[in-house]
Ligand binder design. Structure first.
Ligand SMILES: C[S@@+](CC[C@H](N)C(=O)[O-])C[C@H]1O[C@@H](n2cnc3c(N)ncnc32)[C@H](O)[C@@H]1O
Length: 240
């Protein structure tokens, strides 16, 4: 569970300010382009998104002609914002936790989850449900905070320049301070993510560490070079 962070409108507002802050947002300049490349064309797809946040990706899916989009998120504040942002009959949001929500079987061409699964303690049953929710040729694409960052429990003091990797092989919860509030992240090694996927009958089709692309930093060479130092995201892609 999210330890309250996403239930607090002030924390959500602080997070979303950063999330949408152009080149200062690693999501926009690093995770977004890698995610877009992994999912490809969305036209005609039935999409399930776990931990959908404020609906921005739902809007993208709708604008790109998806058949349907269903976003699930446990945060009342995120779902409120999503419903405000994303109108349209093909796009729906449900307030529920990833641990509890059971999607329909063989109902989706694409299941996504962006920066949410490191909040979930046990991914075994989630990946099983994702596998069952996909049609036979369907794919699962998700991003999490890179295990190099989730391994430790120290928050950077200002913009991150370096990262101490510690207790890497001890998976489990890490209490962190994030935007000045406590959160609980669940650390797993890359090997464990891959083994969870194959245990659920999903075959790895792609892995990206969301390397920064200079052109997306709008000429801010210092920020680009800072982002070359420590990986922030891990993106995995699997097929049923
Ligand atoms: C870092 S935000 C990412 C939101 C969105 N996917 C994006 O990329 O902008 C993480 C989201 O996951 C949701 N979340 C975290 N743990 C969850 C859980 N156990 N069940 C459902 N949603 C969860 C939070 O409420 C939040 O909206």
């Amino acid at each position: 569970m999210t330890a309250g962070f996403y239930d607090d409108p002030a924390s959500v507002a602080a997070y979303l300010d950063h999330r949408h802050s152009k080149i200062r947002s690693p999501n926009l300049v690093m995770e977004d382009p890698a995610f877009a490349a992994a999912i490809g064309e969305l036209e005609g797809l039935r999409i399930l998104d776990l931990g959908c946040g404020d609906g921005t990706f739902g809007l993208t899916c709708s604008n790109q002609g998806c058949s349907t989009y269903l976003g699930v998120d446990s945060s009342q504040e995120m779902i409120r914002r999503a419903n405000h942002l994303t109108a349209g009959p093909l796009v729906e949001f449900v307030q529920d936790s990833i641990e509890v929500y059971v999607p329909n079987a063989a109902a989706y061409d694409l299941v996504t989850s962006r920066m949410a699964l490191h909040y979930v303690e046990d991914l075994n049953p989630i990946f099983e449900r994702v596998s069952q929710a996909l049609v036979p040729s369907g794919s699962f694409v998700f991003s999490v905070i890179h295990p190099i960052i989730t391994s430790g429990n120290q928050a950077p003091d200002g913009p991150r320049q370096t990262q101490v990797v510690d207790n890497y092989f001890s998976s489990g919860p890490r209490s962190r301070s994030w935007f000045g509030r406590p959160v609980l992240w669940h650390h797993r090694t890359i090997e464990q993510y891959l083994s969870l996927l194959s245990g659920a009958g999903l075959s790895l089709t792609g892995l990206a560490e969301c390397r920064p692309v200079r052109e997306l930093f709008a000429g801010d060479q210092a920020e680009y070079e800072r982002r070359l130092r420590v990986p922030v995201f891990l993106l995995l892609q699997a097929a049923r």
